[in-house]
Design a protein around this ligand. Structure first.
Ligand SMILES: NC(=O)c1ccc[n+]([C@@H]2O[C@H](COP(=O)([O-])OP(=O)(O)OC[C@H]3O[C@@H](n4cnc5c(N)ncnc54)[C@H](OP(=O)(O)O)[C@@H]3O)[C@@H](O)[C@H]2O)c1
Length: 333
C-alpha cells in the first residue's frame, strides 16, 4: 500500500492507494516472504510528516513503512529456508522479495505467532528498555504510567510490579482501568476522562511519583510533573496526544518544576536497547509462563483495513497491541 499525501490530522483512507502487482519471483540469493501480521504503531503517523526525524519520512508513492512478521515462502538464499518464521520492516504489503538484509529469524516460543508483535516485539522492547534502562527502578518506588492500558504501558506496569514497585496507571476508560487493577494487579488506575481525575491521581500517588513513564504528553504530563518527587525520573517514551496536531503544541506550563524538583527527563528509542532483546525474550517467556506478565492483542483483518485501523490508536478503541492480519499464521506447535 503506497502513501499518497503527507496529511496533518488523523490519517484518512484516501491518504493511501491500494496497488496490485503480479506475485514476485525470487532470483538467486533472494527470498519471497509472505507477511502474516503487520504492526500498527503510533510512530507511523510521524513517518507521514515531511520533516527531519530519526527515520526519513515516507515519500508519496512509496510503500508505507511497517514492522511485520511472516513466513518464508521460497528461498534462493543460503541462510533462509521455506517455512522460516521471520521479522523485519516488510512494509504495508502482503508479499515481498528480500535479499535477507535486516530480516531476523524468529525462534519457536510455544505462544501464538502474534506474540512476536504483541509481547516480544517493539512494544516489549520499549517497555523493557524504557523502564529498566532509562527508568532505573528501585524496589518500593512509585511508578506512574500514562497510556497504561496500551501495549507498551501495560507491559511497563507489570514489569514494575515484578521489580517491586508501587504501580499507578492512567487510561481512558473504566474497562481499561478495571483490567489494570484486577487482571494486571496495578495498585491503582485512574480514568483521565473523569472530571476529577487530577484529584484521583493525587490520592493514588499519596507518596508522590519517583518514575513517570510518559506515553501521552499534554495535560497529563503537566498533572504528572506536579506529583513528581525530588530527583524523580521522567522516561519520555511517547507523546501520542500530539501526533495528529495541526498546530504547534505548547509545552507544560509548569516546566519550571523540573528545576526545583531536580528531575531527570530522558527520551529514548526502543532500538537503543536492541542488545537486550535476548535477555528480554528469556525474561518475558519466564514471566509469562508464571502468570506474572500478560498481554492482549487487537487484530484487524486485511491490508485494506490498515488506514482506518491505525486511528484506533488515537481514539483509544484498541485493546492491546494493534496489528493487521494479512494471511494465515503458522499452525500452533
Ligand atoms: N520510544 C519508542 O521507541 C517507542 C516505541 C513504541 C511506542 N512508543 C510510544 O509508546 C506509546 C504507546 O504506544 P503503543 O504502541 O503501546 O500504543 P497503545 O498504547 O497500545 O495505544 C495507544 C493508546 O494511547 C491512548 N491515547 C491516544 N490518544 C490519546 C490522548 N490524546 N490522550 C491520552 N491518551 C491517548 C489510547 O488509550 P486510552 O484509551 O487510555 O486513551 C490508545 O489506546 C506511544 O506514545 C508511542 O509513540 C515509543
Amino acid at each position: 500500500m503506497a502513501a499518497q499525501i503527507a496529511a496533518h490530522g488523523l490519517i484518512k483512507a484516501d491518504d493511501f492507494e491500494l496497488v496490485s502487482q503480479p506475485m514476485p519471483v525470487p532470483v538467486e540469493a533472494q527470498l519471497l516472504i509472505r507477511s502474516v501480521y503487520l504492526s500498527l504503531d503510533p510512530a507511523m503517523r510521524g513517518w507521514l510528516i515531511d520533516r527531519p526525524s530519526y527515520v526519513p519520512p515516507v515519500q508519496i508513492g512509496e510503500i508505507m513503512r511497517g514492522l511485520a512478521i511472516g513466513i518464508v515462502e521460497k528461498s534462493n538464499h543460503p541462510k533462509f529456508a521455506a517455512g522460516d518464521r521471520v521479522q523485519g520492516m516488510f512494509g504495508w504489503q502482503e508479499y515481498l522479495l528480500s535479499n535477507g538484509e535486516a530480516v531476523t529469524k524468529l525462534p519457536e516460543s510455544g505462544l501464538p505467532f502474534s506474540a512476536y508483535l504483541g509481547l516480544f516485539g517493539l512494544a516489549g522492547l520499549t517497555a523493557y528498555g524504557g523502564l529498566l534502562e532509562v527508568g532505573q527502578p528501585k524496589g518500593g518506588e512509585t511508578l506512574l504510567i500514562s497510556g497504561a492500558a496500551g501495549s507498551v504501558g501495560s507491559l511497563v506496569g507489570q514489569i514494575g510490579k515484578i521489580k517491586g514497585l508501587r504501580v499507578v496507571g492512567i487510561a481512558g476508560t473504566d474497562e481499561k482501568c478495571n483490567w489494570l487493577r484486577e487482571e494486571l494487579a496495578f495498585d491503582a488506575a485512574v480514568n483521565y476522562k473523569d472530571d476529577n481525575y487530577k484529584k484521583q491521581l493525587k490520592a493514588a500517588c499519596a507518596n508522590g511519583v519517583d518514575i513517570y513513564f510518559e506515553n501521552v504528553g499534554g495535560e497529563i504530563l503537566e498533572s504528572a510533573l506536579y506529583l513528581m518527587n525530588t530527583f524523580g525520573r521522567v522516561v519520555l517514551c511517547g507523546l501520542i496526544s500530539q501526533y495528529n496536531a495541526t498546530a504547534p503544541v505548547p509545552g507544560p506550563s509548569n516546566f519550571a518544576l523540573v528545576i526545583s524538583k531536580r528531575l531527570k527527563i530522558q527520551g529514548f528509542l526502543a532500538t537503543d536497547y536492541s542488545s537486550k532483546v535476548k535477555e528480554m525474550v528469556s525474561n518475558f517467556a519466564q514471566w509469562h509462563s508464571s502468570g506474572q506478565l500478560k498481554y492482549r492483542v487487537d487484530i484487524v483483518r486485511g491490508l485494506e483495513s490498515a488506514p482506518a485501523a491505525i486511528n484506533k490508536l488515537f481514539d483509544g478503541s484498541n485493546n492491546g497491541k494493534l496489528m493487521v492480519q494479512l494471511s494465515d499464521p503458522p499452525a500452533a506447535p
